[in-house]
Design a protein around this ligand. Structure first.
Ligand code: UDP
Length: 475
């Protein structure tokens, strides 16, 4: 049944390429033909997924289009946001993104797919799909809950509702009482974000005009918000995750997205030497920039709380660690510092890991849930403050790091070591932490059941496939 062809076009950030690659693998495993469109620098990110499908005789291909970096004066290879361009060049980066429209349209014209699943950052793909009478499905990298909160926040004039940026207000019309402050909301005042803001507005408009949105989520995680999205917001959305669960063996888990900087067997050996639920994993994902002073405070906080930890830092952050920190924590077996890329899913799935200090990127939250761990929610940017509320206030599987402010520049800063020590102690020890972990374990079981035959995500993926196979354009 390899006649139905779905084209995936991910935005080039890891938080988008990783789940979309898993989605393409998932659809290929159901007998559909899948193609991922990407640019030359980003192509290697998909090689593991392509290899996997070849091994299973499934149909998945890459289609490479050129990125006009040189033409627009961008540094060569700046094809993704984790090789950041300067603030001044951010608008140029998005201009280069908009120039991908033509080669994408050409590919759709030539290959006649049944459907295009395109990232939110390509709003113009809705027009391309309309031109060729195929459905455009949006992927925005988040879940139903953050989408519902963002929609509700957009409906209120929060400038009128509160006296100050730090006063809590209730987000109206939601199934739970969700409280936020103005300083936790996205805001892009700076001139440098003009181009980005324009794309965000176009993305929201295009989402409403598109056929539907595909979510890396599962019904049992956020049932009220699946209903809210479908019935109250009146949008079409399918939940087909957690897609990370399609990576079953050690290699698939440790090479997801990128080859780990640490040998996976060395990492496993370290974790195996620890008791169940005794290790806290600390990671801020791929975009967040942890400042020099914050790196220092995290180190001091981790050492003070005396728990076992695995901490992922960027290579350049090593020199910001306190004197002798790595040597001390390695020698007493307390800490494993991974410089570069960690095998996150492998770590979170390990029984020794019981806690996760996270920036609350959607993938990390979901991977934490499928790992059955309790979380310290430390949001920084994008929709992460909404995701944090899901973790702490709705699912009650984590605690908040405290009073932090949304950052347009993705800068993580200003939390003192005592707050870190206290938050880690709450999730790792005592009845409170155990209770959160018990709830997380229940969700883990539900997540595993959701992707099995007959489960909620398995069935919704069937519904999705059926929908695109029988799609008839209104025009
Ligand atoms: N990731 C990983 N190793 C790392 C850093 C990140 O495997 O060292 C993966 C992580 O498992 C997740 C993705 O990268 O799937 C990050 O996505 P998320 O939405 O959590 O955060 P973002 O980086 O987009 O802010």
């Amino acid at each position: 049944m390899a006649n139905c062809h779905v084209v995936f076009f991910p935005f080039m950030a890891y938080g988008h390429t990783i789940p979309m690659a898993d989605m393409a693998v998932l659809l290929a495993s159901r007998g559909l033909k899948t193609t991922i469109i990407t640019t030359p620098t980003n192509a290697p990110r998909f090689s593991r997924s392509i290899q996997k499908t070849i091994n299973y005789d499934h149909q998945m291909e890459l289609h490479i289009i050129q990125f006009k970096d040189a033409e627009l004066g961008l540094p060569a290879g700046s094809e993704n946001p984790d090789q950041p361009v300067s603030d001044e060049l951010l608008s140029t980066f998005f201009e280069a993104i908009s120039m991908l429209q033509e080669p994408v349209e050409q590919f759709i014209r030539e290959s006649h797919p049944n459907c295009i699943v395109a990232d939110m950052f390509y709003p113009w793909s809705t027009e391309i799909a309309a031109k060729f009478n195929i459905p455009r499905i949006v992927f925005n990298g988040t879940g139903f809950f953050p989408q519902c909160v963002a929609n509700a926040v957009g409906l209120i004039d929060h400038a009128k509702n509160v006296q100050s940026d730090s006063e809590l207000f209730i987000v109206p019309h939601l199934p739970h009482e969700i409280k936020l402050t103005r300083k936790q909301l996205p805001h892009f005042e700076s001139e440098a974000f003009k181009g980005f803001l324009k794309v965000l507005i176009e993305a929201m408009e295009a989402e409403v005009k598109s056929y539907g949105v595909i979510f890396n989520s599962f019904y049992e995680l956020e049932p009220e918000y699946v209903h809210h999205y479908r019935e109250v917001m009146n949008r079409k959305g399918w939940h087909i995750g957690p897609v990370s669960l399609c990576n079953r063996n050690t290699e698939d888990k440790s090479e997801r997205g990128k080859k780990s900087s640490i040998d996976e067997h060395e990492c496993l050996k370290w974790m195996e030497s620890k008791a169940p639920d005794s290790v806290v994993y600390v990671s801020f994902g791929t975009i967040v920039k942890v400042t020099r002073s914050q790196v220092y405070e995290i180190a001091m906080g981790l050492e003070a709380c005396n728990e076992y930890f695995i901490w992922v830092i960027k290579n350049e952050q090593e020199q910001w660690l306190p004197e002798g920190f790595q040597e001390r924590t390695a020698a007493n077996g307390k800490g494993l510092v991974i410089k570069g890329w960690a095998p996150q899913v492998l770590i979170l799935d390990h029984e020794s890991v019981g806690g996760f200090v996270t920036h609350c990127g959607w993938n990390s939250v979901l991977e934490g849930v499928t790992g059955g761990v309790a979380m310290v929610a430390w949001p920084v940017m994008a929709e992460q403050f909404y995701n944090a509320k899901l973790v702490t206030d709705v699912l009650k599987i984590g605690v908040s790091i405290g009073d932090v402010e949304w950052s347009a520049t993705a800068s993580c800063d200003g939390v003192e070591r005592v707050a870190i020590e206290k938050a880690v102690a709450r999730v790792m020890g005592g009845e409170e932490g155990d209770e959160m972990r018990r709830r997380a374990q229940v969700l883990k079981e539900k997540a595993t059941a959701a992707v099995k035959e007959g489960g909620s995500s398995y069935s919704d993926l069937n519904a999705f496939i059926q929908d695109i196979k029988t799609f008839k354009s209104d025009s």
